[in-house]
Design a protein around this ligand. Structure first.
Ligand code: NDP
Length: 286
């Protein structure tokens, strides 16, 4: 029987745990606060921002919304980030991507103080992950690790194959699996004979951004398959990078889309925020 890994239930469990931590921090005088910045009104970004604000409200995190006009200059955005970096009552700063063309995303992300970089995109946090130091970890791959652990999937010693090497998913995913003592292979668009590599995986993470690309012939019998992809097909239905119907019967466990990795991303953002507040309260991070 294939285990369907229920990301919605696991994300809900994490949010309940966070609710308690937030209440405890409040009793100790810290109101966990996340600043959410959106530039322009891209409809997809507005949905993501709304989800994040709703999650904050549910857990008891105060969210400060900065909705800036499309024509905002880079300097104006950087000035806001500098102000938020300096505010003691702000624990996390999130800039919703993508940004309009006149603003350099890299300069903006680099400007966020690493101790408030709850998205885990700052080079200092990425570097910390690389060398095994504490720091914030990109939310989607951190969510995948939680899904595996909380579903009882052992990572240590396993053949782990990650399809995709982006800075926000594939690379941090590989580093996290390595930190958990997996034997990790990273594949990408230039990988020769992808099927031969993925078919070795005990744990296969698909994050390549191609709808239903991973079919049954890419997967070993009994593998655990994690589908990071999110796509909307012609009839408006969501699907992932994995061809769920053909792959699920072969696996020991699999994440569905929707209801797998997706809900974990916001839950882990909330987790990072609470962590940031706790560290700032203890004076470990400025
Ligand atoms: P990117 O487009 O940034 O990266 C895709 C990666 O996949 C690249 O490294 C690319 O290789 C590799 N790739 C593309 N085609 C192939 C192929 N045919 N064979 C092997 N590798 C290939 O995507 P992201 O990492 O940002 O996102 C991946 C997916 O995850 C998307 O569907 C996205 O929507 C989804 N996503 C979901 C989130 C969630 O919350 N569930 C959050 C973030 C993303 P190369 O480097 O050589 O170009």
């Amino acid at each position: 029987m294939t285990q369907i890994i229920d990301g919605k239930a696991i994300a809900a469990q994490i949010k309940e745990e966070l609710k308690e931590k937030v209440a405890r921090l409040k009793e100790q005088g810290t109101e966990v606060t996340l600043a959410v910045i959106q530039v322009g009104a891209d409809p997809a970004s507005s949905v993501y921002v709304r989800n994040k604000k709703n999650a904050c409200a549910y857990i008891g995190i105060r969210s400060l919304a900065y909705e800036l006009p499309e024509e905002t200059t880079e300097e104006e955005l950087l000035a806001l980030i500098r102000e938020l970096n300096g505010r003691e009552d702000v624990n996390g700063i999130l800039v919703q991507l993508p940004l309009p063309g006149q603003i350099c995303e890299e300069r903006v992300l680099d400007a966020i103080c690493p101790g408030k970089d709850v998205d885990g995109f700052h080079p200092q946090n990425v570097g910390a992950l690389c060398i095994g130091r504490p720091g914030f970890v990109s939310c989607t791959p951190a969510g995948v690790i939680q899904l595996l652990k909380r579903s009882g999937v052992e990572i240590a010693g396993k053949e782990c194959v990650v399809v995709g090497r982006s800075n926000i998913v594939g690379k941090p995913m590989a580093l996290l699996l390595l930190r958990e003592n997996g034997t990790v292979t990273v594949t990408h668009s230039r990988t020769r004979d992808l099927k031969e590599v993925t078919a070795r995986a005990d744990i296969l993470v698909a994050a390549l951004g191609k709808p239903r690309f991973i079919t049954a012939d890419y997967v070993k019998d009994g593998a655990v398959v994690i589908d990071v992809g999110i796509h909307r097909n012609e009839d408006g239905k969501l699907c992932g990078d994995v061809d769920y119907e053909s792959v699920a019967p072969k696996c020991s466990a699999i994440t569905p889309v929707p209801g797998g990795v997706g809900p974990m991303t916001v839950a882990m953002l909330m987790y990072n925020c609470v962590e940031s507040a706790a560290l700032q309260q203890n004076g470990k991070v400025s």
